[in-house]
Design a protein around this ligand. Structure first.
Ligand code: K1U
Ligand code: ZN
Length: 169
């Protein structure tokens, strides 16, 4: 297994729209293992392939306390979402140290393949629903800061660029 480098906002590669995973083969299984290791190491609850510069529709998630309940979503499709929405505090491994409120559907239903390539339907609410919506946005090239005001987003962009410059020099 290997730790993968995570792209940091405002890297333009984060805005790439991911393509479907063609088949759940050995290459994808290795990528899943590496993404899970990377997510656990970074103390995240989710990770989209986009964030590790692989532009295919693959997400790993673990919102459990035990950190032993990994969920793998391949080629996820949104089937239904509740009308009811809620403002939730979100963070992102690609925007370290920034947390802000984003409006998300309270409950969703999705269809996705699992790590064996089996089609599953999943109903989610609470943190799992928030995390799935956040990760599915990544696959569309959208980062959560794009829901914030232009003023906040520009401040975050400048802060990220400054800390990336300082880490380089
Ligand atoms: O996509 C990512 O970068 C992972 C991200 C997922 C996420 C967190 C919170 C709400 C929605 C989606 C993270 O794991 S950020 C770090 C984190 O562990 C965390 C932050 C806030 C609340 C709960 C967890
Ligand atoms: Zn994120």
């Amino acid at each position: 297994m290997a730790l993968l480098p995570i792209l940091c906002y405002p890297d333009p590669k984060l805005h790439t729209v991911a393509k479907p995973v063609p088949s759940v083969d050995a290459r994808i299984k290795t990528l899943i293992s590496n993404m899970l290791e990377t997510m656990y190491d970074a103390k995240g609850i989710g990770l989209a392939a986009t964030q590790v510069n692989v532009h295919e529709r693959l997400i790993v998630i673990d919102v459990s306390e035990s950190r032993q309940e990994a969920l793998v979503l391949i080629n996820p499709q949104l089937l239904w979402c509740s009308e009811q929405t809620h403002m939730n505090e979100e963070g992102c491994l690609s925007v370290p140290g920034i947390y802000d409120g984003v409006l998300r559907h309270d409950a969703i239903k999705i269809r996705a393949q699992d790590a064996q390539g089996q089609l599953r339907e999943i109903e989610a609410d609470g943190l799992l629903a928030v995390c799935i919506q956040h990760e599915m946005d990544h696959l569309l090239g959208k980062v959560f800061v794009e829901y914030l005001s232009p003023l906040k987003r520009n401040r975050i962009k400048s802060k990220m660029l400054k800390s990336q410059r300082e880490a380089r020099d």
